[in-house]
Design a protein around this ligand. Structure first.
Ligand SMILES: Nc1nc2c(ncn2[C@@H]2O[C@H](COP(=O)(O)OP(=O)(O)OP(=O)(O)O)[C@@H](O)[C@H]2O)c(=O)[nH]1
Ligand SMILES: [Mg+2]
Length: 336
């Protein structure tokens, strides 16, 4: 039943408001007096039923936790790129060329403060680095393992997983964020053979691409022509995939502890890539080694320095020029 607090209102008899308000919305009307009481009673019953043994406070919707620290997906890398400049590195090369070895060795060097000129600043994928370098830590009675890394297989065969490393350059304390994918050699083989490029789309926004080659194959007379041809085919595929500005190419030649490359083979590779209008910088490395002259991690500092440098950096905007004691700058102003 509805009634009205306004004295003399006849809305219950006539249906018309004495103040000419809309009876449905008039603030003086007390709608169904008994309803609040009923509601309160049913609420109490429900509360009594639930309250026995139930938690006093509702749990928060999301439990705060640390990020997973495994390899990063493309979305996580994109999110990182929103807030700061991130150097994206593409890593291509045949199976067993030494791609994972370069990453594992880089991580082991930097985690022991042994990467010349660089120091560790941060990483969002420590567990992923731990995973790939685990093999190099398992030694049998002081003997190094035969294989420092294992063949890379992807959990998701359709998209790359990235490793993140933030390094500080000791010369100027500048920090660089690097994201590097550990890809299986089959991805490069498929890219060459069938032009399958859907999972390598990220190369379009890469700053640098490392073309990793096994130095022992390049030094072998019977095998090297095949390796050079494959590098040429890879260059052609990259030209077709990347329509905008081409990332810088670095030819990373592994197994420097075992062999040194002749100038002849290097110039053959350079001219093979030049056919596709591509220039390449060559860096020999030895991520793992038993040779004292080329200790494990040889060349990786040079590789990182070459990766972050920008050869097309412009001239200094306002160069510092110290005044000379006898220079009369004011008098010679505009004289020449
Ligand atoms: N001595 C020596 N061994 C190396 C060097 N580079 C790589 N290796 C070894 O070569 C093997 C293959 O290297 P990986 O880095 O796993 O090769 P990958 O390119 O990642 O191969 P996939 O994952 O199959 O594509 C590993 O056992 C490494 O320890 C090097 O410069 N010197
Ligand atoms: Mg690998």
């Amino acid at each position: 039943m509805s009634s009205c607090r306004y004295e003399g209102c006849t809305v219950s008899e006539t249906g018309r408001c004495a103040l000419e308000n809309d009876p449905a919305t008039c603030s003086n009307r007390i709608a169904q007096d008994s309803q609040p009481e009923q509601d309160a009673r049913s609420d109490q019953a429900e509360f009594d039923g639930r309250s026995v043994g139930a938690p006093v406070l509702a749990s928060p919707i999301e439990t705060p936790s640390f990020p997973p620290s495994t390899s990063l997906g493309t979305a996580a890398v994109e999110e990182m790129m929103v807030s700061r400049y991130v150097t994206v590195v593409g890593i291509l090369g045949d199976p067993e060329a030494g791609k994972t070895a370069c990453l594992a060795s880089l991580y082991l060097l930097v985690s022991h403060a042994m990467l010349d000129g660089w120091s560790f600043a941060n990483s969002s994928s420590l567990m992923a680095f731990e995973e790939i370098s685990r093999g190099a830590r398992r030694w049998n009675n002081g003997e190094s393992p035969d294989q420092m890394t294992v063949h890379t297989e992807m959990a998701d065969d359709r998209q790359p997983g990235f490793l993140h490393l933030k390094l500080r350059r000791n010369s100027d304390s500048r920090c660089f964020d690097l994201v590097l994918p550990d890809l299986p050699g089959e991805w490069s083989k498929d890219f060459i053979r069938t032009a399958r490029s859907d999972r390598l789309e990220f190369l379009r926004s890469a700053d640098v691409i490392w073309l990793v080659s096994d130095g022992r194959i390049l030094a072998n007379k019977e095998l090297r022509q095949g390796a050079v041809t494959r590098l040429g085919q890879l260059a052609a595929r990259l030209r077709a995939l990347i329509t905008g500005k081409m990332p810088r190419l670095i030819l990373v030649i592994t197994h420097r502890d075992v062999v040194e490359q002749s100038n002849d083979i290097l110039s053959r590779i350079v001219s093979e890539l030049a056919k596709h209008d591509l220039a390449v910088e060559v860096i020999p490395v030895a991520p793992f080694s038993d040779d004292e002259n080329f200790p494990a991690g040889f060349g990786l500092d040079a590789l990182i320095t070459a990766t972050v440098q920008h050869p097309d950096e412009g001239p200094v905007f306002w160069p510092a020029s110290n005044p000379k004691a006898d220079q009369r700058s004011f008098l010679s102003y505009r004289r020449d």
